[in-house]
Design a protein around this ligand. Structure first.
Ligand SMILES: Cc1cc2nc3c(=O)[nH]c(=O)nc-3n(C[C@H](O)[C@H](O)[C@H](O)COP(=O)(O)OP(=O)(O)OC[C@H]3O[C@@H](n4cnc5c(N)ncnc54)[C@H](O)[C@@H]3O)c2cc1C
Length: 250
């Protein structure tokens, strides 16, 4: 359905569908440049079905990506301001420079408007309801396109393998809910690593000056993901009972 007044070749980022009283409906495709394209549907059953599926898929993604975004943005703010303070040494700790205040302020971000633990548990719930499969399908599609570039193909393959590892780890988690809640932050970070790796590979495809950054990120973070998947698999059996014994003993 190519709308006659589509605004150039802009990246699709989301849809809103609104049914009107005559059973025709209007769909607006928002784009990264802030413009939008508009499709008037013909109200056919096939078209309604297609839009319903797209809406369901996007709703699933929004419900998963919202807590992941709050989790990631606030945790990274804490890390970055802490590093910035360390780089400045003793002067960074004093209130003579702004960095200590920025770090102090950042500490609340992971607590209010939903703590990191709560965001991770919301994300986990959405993953369990099918959003992880939807997200992984989207990431795999993006990696397929990035992998068409020979220079990026090995990196895209590495991220694809990590998608499979995260998928496997998630199956273990969903078979044991108390253990899954214990590991919610770890799995949230693994999924964020996949999303960011895929995004950086797309940027590298569009702009070769981003390739070193994409490569560095993929190598480091996919290693972290492999380790995370192993931790989930190997620590699974008896973990909660072990923790209970440790806490009881000390
Ligand atoms: C400066 C500031 C401004 C605020 N502004 C507002 C505001 O404008 N409006 C408003 O409504 N509130 C506000 N709050 C409150 C804020 O939203 C809460 O502090 C926050 O939701 C955490 O709740 P809590 O402090 O009761 O911690 P708790 O719920 O007691 O949590 C303590 C710790 O346990 C963890 N935890 C709790 N439950 C679980 C679980 N089920 N699984 C895993 N871990 C868990 C938490 O992640 C946290 O690490 C503000 C707080 C501060 C400090």
């Amino acid at each position: 359905m190519a709308p006659p007044w589509a605004v150039g070749d802009q990246k699709f980022v989301g849809i809103v569908a609104v049914w009107d009283t005559d059973s025709n409906f209007l769909a607006m495709n928002f784009t990264v440049t802030g413009g939008y394209t508009v499709d008037w549907g013909d109200g056919s059953a096939a078209e309604r079905d297609a839009w319903s599926k797209a809406l369901e898929r996007d709703t699933q993604l929004v419900r998963l990506l919202t807590p992941l975004t709050k989790y990631f943005a606030t945790e990274i703010c804490d890390d970055l301001t802490r590093d910035a303070m360390q780089v400045l040494g003793g002067i960074g700790f004093t209130m003579e420079v702004d960095v200590a205040k920025l770090h102090a302020d950042s500490l609340i971000l992971t607590i209010y408007e939903g703590t990191s633990e709560i965001q991770a548990s919301f994300a986990l719930r959405e993953m369990g309801k099918g959003a992880l499969a939807t997200l992984l399908a989207q990431v795999r599609g993006e990696l397929e396109r990035a992998g068409a570039d020979d220079a990026l193909a090995p990196l895209a393959e590495r991220v694809k393998q990590s998608c499979a590892a995260v998928d496997e780890a998630a199956k273990i988690l969903f078979s044991d809910l108390p253990y899954a809640l214990l590991r919610a932050k770890l799995v949230a970070e693994m999924v964020i690593n996949l999303i960011a790796a895929s995004e950086l590979l797309q940027q590298a495809q569009a702009d070769p000056s981003r390739r070193d950054l994409a490569e560095a990120f993929v190598i480091r973070r996919m290693l972290e993901n492999e380790l995370g998947a192993k931790r989930i698999a190997q620590n699974h059996a008896g973990r909660l009972e072990r923790d209970a014994r440790i806490l009881g003993r000390y």
